[in-house]
Write a protein that binds this ligand. Structure first.
Ligand code: 4AD
Ligand code: MG
Length: 463
C-alpha cells in the first residue's frame, strides 16, 4: 500500500472519518497537560500541520510530552472529524513510535527569525513555514513553465553549460580551466594565456545564456525553450542579482517584437494563474506575512493588459517626475533601479519598455530603421524590476557582422551563429525570463537570496 501523507488527509478527510491512519513526519509543536496533549505534525506534503491528540493511555506518554521540535515520529491513530475546531479533523493516536529525538540546540525554536539569520542556516530553513511556501511555489512555477511551453508546441532544448560562445559579454562569464592555477600559466608571445594544452584546447566559459544555441534549434523546430542554470561572474551585490540563477529562454521563428510581447504576457499570466490555483495555502501565507495585498496584485495582473512604451517615453516620464534622482534619467542610458521602480509604480503594474538605444544593448538585437535603437524589450514589474529581457534578433547577415565588429568581438568564435543568417534566415525573437526574479514577484520576497535554495552571491558560497 502506498504511504499516506498529510495532504491526502486534508484533501479527503471525510473518506478517512473514524478510520485508522498512519503518518510519519516532524514534530512542529507539543502542548500537554497532565493526562493528555497535542502534537502538531508536519510531513512536508502539505503546508498545514495535522493535530495529533495524545493521552496518558499511551504506554510512552511520558516520552511523548518531552518530544522536542523537529523530532521525527510515526503515528498511528483514528481520524476524527472536528467540525467545531480550527482544524477540520484530528488524529487520536493509538501508537506513536519515536524515530529521533531532536537535539535541544535545534536553531528553529518557536519564535520568529529574521531572513538574514535564516540564510545562515540554509540547510534548515526549508523547515520553516516561509520557506515551505517559497520552495513549494518554486516547484509549482517551474512545472507550470514547462507546461505552458509544452502545451503551446515548443521543444525543450538542453543547451550546453560549458561554452565558447559569447552571448551577453564574456566579461560576465566564469572562466573554465583544468590548468593548475597554483603555478604560472603558459603564455603566448603577446603574454596572453595559452589555452592550447587546456582540456578543450581553447578558452572556455560557463554559460551566461543559452540563447545562441537556442536560436540554432529555433531555426529547425520553429519554437523552442531552454530552462536551466545560468552563471554570471558580475560583482553585483544587490537584492536582485545572483551569480547562479535559473533562466527560461524561449526562441520563436517568424516572430517580431510585437508578437514576442504577446507571448511574454501570455506566458507570465499562465504561470501566475497556475500558482494561484495550485498553491492556495502558500499564497495566502505570503499575502499575510510577506507582502500585504499580494493576492490582489496577482489577480489584477491576470485581468490587465500590460503597458507597452518606448524607452524614450519612459525617459520622458522620468524627466517630468518631480523627484531628485540618484542617477539622472538619460535617453542614451539604461534604467536604474530607482527608474524601474518609478515607472512600474507610475503605471501600477507590469510595463514593457521597448526600442532601446543600441549602444547599451547586445550585438544580436535587431537594428531599427532609425539606426539608433534596437528592437529590444524588457518587462519591468514592481519589486523585482526587470524580470524578462528579450528582443527581435538581427536576421541580416551583413548588419549582424557589422554589430559584432562594432563591439570588438571575434566573429570567428560564432561563425556557426552567423550561418543562421545565411541558411534560411527569418525574422525571429526570443526572451529570457529570470526565474528567481519571477519568484520574487510572485511571492513578495524582497531578496533573491530568499527564493534560491542555496544562493551564490558575491562573497557567499556557503553550504
Ligand atoms: O537580460 P538578460 O541578460 O538577457 C539574456 O540573457 C538574453 N540572452 C535573453 C534572451 O533574449 N534569450 O537576462 C534575462 C533575464 C533578466 O531579465 C533577469 O530577469 C534575469 O535574466 N537575470 C538575472 N537574474 C538573477 N541574477 C542575475 N545576475 C541576473 N541577470 C539576469
Ligand atoms: Mg537584460
Amino acid at each position: 500500500m502506498e504511504k499516506m501523507c498529510v495532504k491526502d488527509l486534508y484533501k479527503n478527510f471525510s473518506n478517512f472519518a473514524e478510520k485508522e491512519v498512519t503518518l510519519e513526519g516532524w514534530v512542529r509543536t507539543v502542548r500537554d497537560s497532565k493526562t493528555f496533549g497535542f502534537i502538531e505534525l508536519n510531513d512536508g506534503s502539505y503546508f498545514k500541520n495535522v493535530q495529533i491528540v495524545i493521552s496518558d493511555k499511551l504506554a510512552n506518554f511520558k516520552d511523548l510530552v518531552k518530544l522536542t521540535i523537529s523530532s521525527t515520529i510515526k503515528v498511528t491513530g483514528n481520524l476524527i472529524i472536528t467540525p467545531n475546531s480550527k482544524q477540520p479533523f484530528e488524529i487520536q493516536a493509538t501508537n506513536i513510535q519515536i524515530f529521533n529525538l531532536c537535539d535541544n540546540d535545534y536553531p528553529l525554536q518557536k519564535k520568529r527569525h529574521s531572513f538574514e539569520y535564516l540564510r545562515t542556516i540554509a540547510h534548515l530553513r526549508p523547515r520553516t513555514n516561509t520557506f515551505q511556501a517559497i520552495f513549494r511555489i518554486r516547484s509549482v512555477a517551474a512545472f507550470a513553465i514547462h507546461e505552458y511551453f509544452q502545451k503551446n508546441g515548443y521543444v525543450y532544448v538542453h543547451t550546453p553549460i560549458i561554452t565558447c560562445a559569447d552571448c551577453e559579454g564574456s566579461a560576465e562569464m566564469f572562466k573554465l580551466t583544468t590548468m593548475d592555477l597554483k603555478h604560472d600559466l603558459p603564455k603566448l608571445e603577446d603574454s596572453q594565456t595559452d589555452f592550447s594544452n587546456d582540456l578543450f584546447g581553447k578558452e572556455t566559459y560557463i554559460t551566461g545564456s543559452g540563447q545562441l544555441h537556442g536560436e540554432t534549434f529555433a531555426a529547425s523546430f520553429g519554437k523552442i525553450y531552454t530552462f536551466g542554470p545560468t552563471l554570471r561572474s558580475e560583482n553585483s551585490n544587490t537584492k536582485t542579482h545572483a551569480n547562479e540563477f535559473w533562466m527560461i529562454e524561449p526562441e520563436i521563428s517568424f516572430c517580431d517584437l510585437d508578437e514576442l510581447m504577446d507571448i511574454e504576457e501570455d506566458c507570465l499570466k499562465y504561470i501566475v494563474n497556475a500558482v494561484l490555483e495550485r498553491c492556495e495555502e502558500e499564497i495566502d501565507f505570503c499575502d499575510k506575512f510577506i507582502e500585504n495585498g499580494l493576492k490582489e496584485k496577482l489577480t489584477k495582473l491576470l485581468n490587465s493588459n500590460f503597458i507597452r512604451i518606448d524607452h524614450k517615453e519612459a525617459i520622458d516620464i522620468l524627466k517630468k517626475a518631480d523627484k531628485k534622482w540618484e542617477f539622472e534619467p538619460d535617453y542614451e542610458e539604461d534604467l536604474a533601479k530607482e527608474h524601474e521602480k518609478y515607472i512600474t509604480e507610475y503605471f501600477n503594474g507590469p510595463v514593457f519598455v521597448k526600442n532601446w538605444p543600441k549602444d547599451i544593448k547586445s550585438y544580436y538585437m535587431k537594428l531599427n530603421p532609425d539606426g539608433k535603437t534596437v528592437a529590444a524589450v524588457d518587462l519591468e514589474v514592481p519589486g523585482s524590476g526587470e524580470i524578462m529581457g528579450g528582443s527581435q534578433r538581427e536576421e541580416n547577415y551583413e548588419k549582424l557582422l557589422e554589430r559584432i565588429k562594432e563591439k570588438n568581438m571575434d566573429a570567428k568564435q560564432i561563425d556557426w551563429y552567423l550561418d543562421l543568417r545565411r541558411f534560411g534566415s527569418n525574422i525571429h525573437s526570443g526572451f529570457g525570463l529570470g526565474f528567481e526574479r519571477l519568484l520574487m514577484y510572485i511571492t513578495g520576497m524582497e531578496n533573491i537570496r530568499d527564493v534560491i535554495p542555496f544562493p551564490r552571491t558575491p562573497k557567499n558560497c556557503d553550504f
